[in-house]
Ligand binder design. Structure first.
Ligand SMILES: [Zn+2]
Length: 212
């Protein structure tokens, strides 16, 4: 795949947080299969949403999610492919709209070194994280950094907050070099869509300068 980070997305039918044992079991097997397939294709990342609690309560569902995710990774017998948890808008009973939930998943999994985050700005905005100005973007990413660590962001999906245009997809490799795939047509929408990403880059630069 050269230097381009590449990711695929798992099936939306998979729910590793399901309180129903049969659907959780099917989801574990299906996710293990997704991992195997991704590894076989030589693709580095598998993006996934953290499932839905279906009324069973967030905390319990998060525990179940992590246990089932770890079980699927073990079952897949894969070694290379990394799992990117995507932040969600939190619609219905979806998990993963709060940074704290993502932090819990990454902390509690036995495979943290094989995990990261796919950051979707539109989902974050819908979940209540204000990304409309440079200052609010900086605040959001500083909060993310405190709770999770900015380096866990491996993919970035940036969309204009009014959702009227095609998203800008940006992939970031481990060293932080950005490979952008600009699907947008309008200059103004690109500026809006890229704003959160530029803030993220600034924050990373500040961190690198602080470390060196
Ligand atoms: Zn997604």
């Amino acid at each position: 795949m050269g230097n381009y980070p590449v990711s695929v997305h798992d099936s939306y039918l998979i729910n590793l947080a399901s309180p129903k044992p049969d659907s959780a079991d099917k989801s574990v097997k299906a996710f293990a299969e997704e991992l195997r397939r991704t590894e076989k294709l030589g693709i580095e990342y598998l993006v996934t949403h953290p499932g839905s609690h279906l009324g069973s309560g967030k905390l319990e569902a998060l525990e179940r999610y992590v246990a089932n995710l770890d079980q699927a990774i073990a079952l897949s017998e894969t070694e290379e492919v990394k799992v990117l948890i995507e932040n969600t808008a939190g619609q219905g009973t979806n998990l993963g709209s709060r940074f704290g939930e993502l932090a819990t998943i990454l902390e509690d999994s036995g495979y943290t070194s094989r995990m990261g985050v796919c950051f979707d700005t539109c989902h974050a905005f819908a979940a209540g994280y204000d990304l409309r100005s440079a200052e609010s973007c900086a605040e959001v990413f500083e909060r993310f950094d405190k709770l999770i660590g900015i380096d866990f962001i491996r993919f970035f999906i940036s969309m204009t907050v009014n959702r009227s245009l095609v998203p800008i997809r940006i992939a970031m490799n481990i060293s932080g070099r950005a490979v952008s795939d600009l699907m947008d047509s309008g200059i103004s929408s690109m500026t809006n869509g890229l704003q959160p990403y530029l803030r993220l880059l600034k924050l990373r630069k500040k961190m690198i300068l602080t470390l060196s």
